[in-house]
Design a protein around this ligand. Structure first.
Ligand code: AR6
Length: 206
């Protein structure tokens, strides 16, 4: 399947002028996009952080988001009383170019897999994040590849679960028409490759 590039123009408008959208970036059905870039640079309404239960920052994308957002984000997170795995909480974006940050806590792959809970928890992260975005007036949301770094989720399995759950939400949720752009923002090539494999299976090119 060759993905359509019909809404690459729209996607570029969501990015700062200085950033480049590589030719490999693709847009699906005008609503779903996959890109590879630093999520802290995106001028979208909401970016989704792969946080931990403390919500007080860490390494990986969480560290990058807290560094770029500045202390204001930390102080707001301190008041949130943490977040359970599979759940999500929303804050302002502070010095980030996005308006809101949705902090969700993905499952640690091996420990949750032993209990057969990994898929349900990762699905819940995507669903809760989409709910919060729609409930808070966000029209565009960019997801980092939740749980695929320190938390050890295999890229292909994570992409399959992420895309499947987003598709299900779009097909069934009353709030689905509130979101105009859902962007899967990867950082590593292996994760981007997984999205190219799975996206056309759920969102065939128009
Ligand atoms: N922009 C976009 N994606 C990024 C960026 C970035 N700037 N930096 C890393 N990634 P991880 P997890 C990708 O480890 O597995 C933290 O310490 C990265 O390549 O950030 O959910 C938290 O505090 C990977 O694909 O999150 C938790 O303790 C994806 O982001 C723990 O790590 C997620 O990798 C959460 O682990």
């Amino acid at each position: 399947d060759i993905p359509t590039l019909s809404s690459l123009y729209k996607l570029k408008r969501l990015l700062p002028a200085s950033s480049t959208v590589s030719g490999a970036s693709s847009a699906y059905n005008d609503k779903i996009c996959v890109i590879r870039t630093d999520i802290t640079k995106l001028e979208v309404d909401a970016i989704v952080n792969a946080a931990n239960e403390s919500l007080l920052g860490g390494g990986g994308v969480d560290g990058a988001i807290h560094r770029a957002a500045g202390d204001g984000l930390y102080y707001e997170c301190e008041k949130l009383d943490g977040c359970k795995t599979g759940d999500a909480k929303i804050t302002n974006g502070y010095e980030l170019p996005c308006k809101k940050v949705i902090h969700t806590v993905g499952p640690v792959y091996w420990s949750t897999k032993k209990k057969g809970m990994h898929t349900g928890l990762l699905q819940s992260c995507y669903r809760r994040s989409l709910d919060l975005a729609a409930e808070n007036g966000c029209k565009s949301i960019a997801f980092s590849a939740l749980s695929t770094g320190v938390y050890g989720y295999p890229s292909g399995e994570a992409a399959h679960t992420a895309i499947g759950e987003v598709k299900k939400w779009l097909d069934t949720d009353d709030k689905a028409d509130k979101l105009d752009h859902i962007i899967f923002c990867n950082f590593m090539e292996k994760d981007e490759d997984a999205y190219y494999e799975w996206l056309p299976k759920y969102f065939p090119s128009a």
